[in-house]
Design a binder for this molecule. Structure first.
Ligand SMILES: [Zn+2]
Length: 252
């Protein structure tokens, strides 16, 4: 780190848990953020300000007026832009010293596997089960940690998985594919604006802890957030030995 970086990140360097070594690890890390919407915006904001060295944003959508209620990287002036371009512009204004890669596509197949395999940590900030399961499969296959978030109405969820740990469940252990109740999306159900900020910033916190190698990431736990009452519930998750994704070698 040069003098400006030492100054920029000085409030991290003052923390015993972080210090120069962990900050340096963050600067050398890559975070893949799948989705540049309600969760991806606040998550990417803190990853950028905190010095994640490389942030890859993937989203195929463009900004529309209904996004501005919660997707805080986007501006009135960026309505109609690809979300990843709008997000990149905002993030670059906050931290011009990191690398921000904008992928204006819905990552799938080989492109998804490739992006995951090149990442230190993945943040699932998307809004549909198909992508969530595809991201999870790619993370299990490449043994890359995954921080998963969800927010709908007033209810939030946060969970972290690490396929490098034998005891860690995966997203599929928790939500087996095909057993989802109908897809609920903000577009039809509504969502409380700051809840997306709460969950997204928690995702950033977990991703920074994982990439920096400090504190205790919440691997194998599910946090349920009721933003009506601000009651939090933490549930310990067990790995499903019969999970089709992580349960048997080669099953992924
Ligand atoms: Zn599993």
């Amino acid at each position: 780190m040069d003098d400006r970086q030492l100054l920029r990140y000085s409030r991290h360097l003052l923390l015993d848990e972080i210090g120069v070594d962990a900050q340096q690890r963050l600067l050398e890390s890559t975070a893949l953020v799948v989705g540049a919407g309600g969760l991806g915006c606040p998550a990417a904001l803190y990853l950028a300000s905190a010095g994640m060295g490389r942030i890859v944003l993937a989203d195929a959508d463009t900004v529309d007026l209904t996004n501005l209620q919660r997707q805080i990287l986007h501006r009135e002036s960026s309505v109609g832009w690809p979300k990843v371009e709008s997000a990149r512009r905002s993030l670059a204004e906050i931290n011009s010293t990191i690398e921000i890669v904008a992928l204006a596509q819905r990552l799938a197949g080989d492109a998804l596997e490739d992006a995951v395999a090149r990442s230190t940590v993945v943040l699932d900030c998307c809004d549909n089960f198909e992508t969530r399961h595809a991201v999870n499969r790619a993370c299990v296959k490449a043994r890359v940690p995954l921080v998963s978030g969800a927010a709908i109405r007033f209810d939030g969820q946060l969970a972290a998985f690490d396929a490098r740990q034998a005891s860690s469940p995966c997203y599929h252990c928790l939500f087996p594919e095909g057993q989802e109740t109908e897809e609920v999306r903000c577009a039809t159900m509504g969502v409380f604006a700051p809840l997306t900020g709460i969950v997204g910033t928690m995702q950033a916190a977990e991703a920074l802890k994982i990439a920096g190698g400090f504190a205790a990431p919440m691997i194998g736990r599910l946090l349920l957030i009721d933003s009506r009452t601000m009651e939090l519930q933490s549930i310990r998750l067990a790995r499903d030995p019969h999970c089709a994704v992580c349960g048997a070698p080669g099953a992924a």
